[in-house]
Design a protein around this ligand. Structure first.
Ligand SMILES: NC(=O)c1ccc[n+]([C@@H]2O[C@H](COP(=O)([O-])OP(=O)(O)OC[C@H]3O[C@@H](n4cnc5c(N)ncnc54)[C@H](O)[C@@H]3O)[C@@H](O)[C@H]2O)c1
Length: 333
């Protein structure tokens, strides 16, 4: 424990984005305490700071960790994030994502912790009415996952009024890529994200299905905003520092503002891996909008944040380096 460094509790810090944020926080001089139940995370992904194994639903355990490590802030990543699963099993998602977040907030209130950075998502917007999406775009989720994240966002101003907890809700678009040093990367099971799945197809480890090639986009496939995980991690450090400095709560979109189609991702992976990517066309998935990308200007202006990995190839290159050097991911928990 580092009494003279400022400790931050990172729930879900053994997961994909949380582990990268732990590295960024540590590099910025914070003492990191990862709190994770390893439901989807990996002990080997915790390379920065201390590790507490526990469930966010256990408010007492969260409070004990906050107290033991003298934390002054919480960055809350722990959640489930599979949209399809959230539709099949909404109660599991409400329990972990909503009740779990409230349990963390309860623990914070019990320990008088005043700063909360929350992993939200572009899925809170639902079907876009206009693109690029600004923070004031209506939030009308079309699946249980998006609803759970919005429910937490909506609770935050109330918690702030009652308990003076300042918050930042970071609405990520599509997190992608891996730590440029290749010591951390994406290892979900099952893997639901396009770039790793395309890499697996390129090396012959799995098949790739493209859900619809008849969308009203230039090449018929969906357009998404891929944001590098290290850029996301950096935004968390900036959001925390802005909160402490200004005391101003708010929501921020985190994306590059430049959408790429599924076919562009496939082409990029083929180029970087150096092998053609076999793929087949499957029917559209219900609830997949044709185009989804961020207007990131608010984060740029208020958090002084600018993605360093702005082009798709540089994102894919870091993802490939991670998968090339870690063919079995973290190799078990
Ligand atoms: N990956 C994306 O593209 C994306 C996009 C938008 C938002 N998000 C949000 O970002 C956050 C992190 O996503 P990720 O891709 O790193 O996911 P991840 O599954 O890799 O990480 C989540 C971590 O939380 C932990 N966790 C889950 N439930 C827990 C509980 N009850 N108690 C303790 N730990 C628990 C898991 O073990 C895992 O380590 C999530 O809140 C997700 O909704 C992700």
């Amino acid at each position: 424990m580092a009494a003279n460094r400022r400790s931050v509790l990172v729930t879900g810090g053994a997961g994909y984005i949380g582990s990268h944020a732990a590295k960024a926080l540590s590099r910025a001089g914070y003492h990191v305490v990862v709190f994770d139940n390893l439901a989807a995370g990996h002990r080997q992904a915790v390379r920065y700071g201390d590790f507490v194994q526990g469930d966010i639903g256990d408010s007492g355990a969260v409070a004990a960790a906050l107290k033991r490590y003298h934390c002054f802030a919480v960055i809350h990543f722990a959640a489930f994030l599979d949209v399809g699963e959230s539709v099949r099993d909404p109660l599991r998602y409400y329990r972990n994502n909503v009740a779990g977040a409230l349990s963390v907030l309860d623990a914070m209130v019990s320990q008088s912790i005043k700063f909360f950075v929350f992993s939200s998502t572009c899925a809170t917007y639902g079907e876009p009415i206009e693109t690029p999406i600004t923070e004031s775009h209506p939030q009308q989720p079309i699946n249980a996952y998006g609803e759970t994240k919005l429910a937490v966002e909506r609770a935050l101003p109330h918690v702030e009024r009652a308990h003076e907890v300042r918050w930042s809700a970071l609405r990520y678009f599509n997190a992608a890529g891996a730590d440029p040093d290749a010591e951390l990367g994406e290892d979900h099971s099952p893997e639901i994200h396009l770039i790793p799945r395309t890499i697996f197809a390129a090396i012959g480890a799995d098949g790739l299905q493209v859900y619809g090639d008849d969308y009203p986009t230039p090449d018929g496939t969906c357009l998404r905003d891929y944001i590098h995980v290290t850029d996301l991690a950096d935004a968390h450090v900036r959001a925390l520092e802005a909160l402490v400095e200004t005391g101003k709560s708010g929501a921020y979109n985190l994306g590059t503002g430049h959408p790429h189609s599924v076919r562009e991702v496939i082409d990029s992976v083929g180029r970087i891996v150096g092998r053609p990517v076999p793929w087949t066309v499957a029917p559209r998935r219900p609830g997949d909008p044709a185009v989804l990308y961020a207007a990131p200007q608010k984060a740029e202006a208020e958090l002084h944040w600018k993605p360093r990995f702005a082009d798709l190839d540089s994102i894919v290159r870091t993802a490939w380096e991670w998968h090339r050097t870690h063919p079995h991911g973290y190799g078990g928990k």
